[in-house]
Design a binder for this molecule. Sequence first.
Ligand code: ATP
Ligand code: PRP
Length: 210
Amino acid sequence: MKDGMTIAVSKGRILKEALPLLARAGVQPLDDPGATRKLVFETNQAGIRLIVIRATDVPTYVLNGGADLGIAGKDVLLECVSDNLYEPLDLNIGRCRLMLAGPKDAPAQSGRLRIATKYVATTRNYFAAKGQQVEIIKLYGSMELAPVLGLSDLIVDLVDTGNTLRENGLAPLANIADISSRLIVNKASMKMKRARIKPFLSRLAAAIRE
Ligand code: ATP
Ligand code: PRP
């Protein structure tokens, strides 16, 4: 957006943790994003607005200049690596792990493994680095169901407490990446709106340390 500074925030669990962090950095939406269908929120800071969108759309908005800054999980960012984004701050929220997991006590598999995941690029890179060819089955959610119903041998998904894996008879096999939410900045915005963005980054960095 041309005037002011727009921050895109992933809705859902990241939003819940991001709002108190933004408040500590001095930015508070004038309406409660949890209590309205609004998508754009003016804040107590004139010229700073929040948009609340799906996690996977945050980098797209920031890359295309629809938003100047964004708050997104590293899992989402690993899927859309770009030269046009800065990633200056680890916000230390939305902590979990991206893991390879599979059925407990499954017999060793010969032949090409089938992996169900929402994280196609990261999964491809992970197995390519091991020199292993796999078949990747793209899903948009509930990955844990795929091995249970024979759709795949293994899954790549986010794990926090491990409850979802356990309750579906799965066990973790390997940690692919430690995940947390990051602040991303459009490179052109950083140049054009430096005077506004830089002080905000400093306040946010202080809020993370609090
Ligand atoms: P979408 O709306 O795009 O389908 P989603 O339904 O997966 O996304 P959430 O489950 O709210 O949305 O997850 C959004 C982000 O929160 C993820 O990208 C990840 O960074 C983080 N996250 C997801 N699950 C966990 C978890 N169990 N613990 C901590 N952080 C998580
Ligand atoms: C996330 C993730 C796992 C689960 C892991 O799902 O996709 O399924 O959390 O957390 P756990 O290890 O603590 O069980 P989420 O709750 O966000 O649901 P959704 O992605 O299906 O919307």
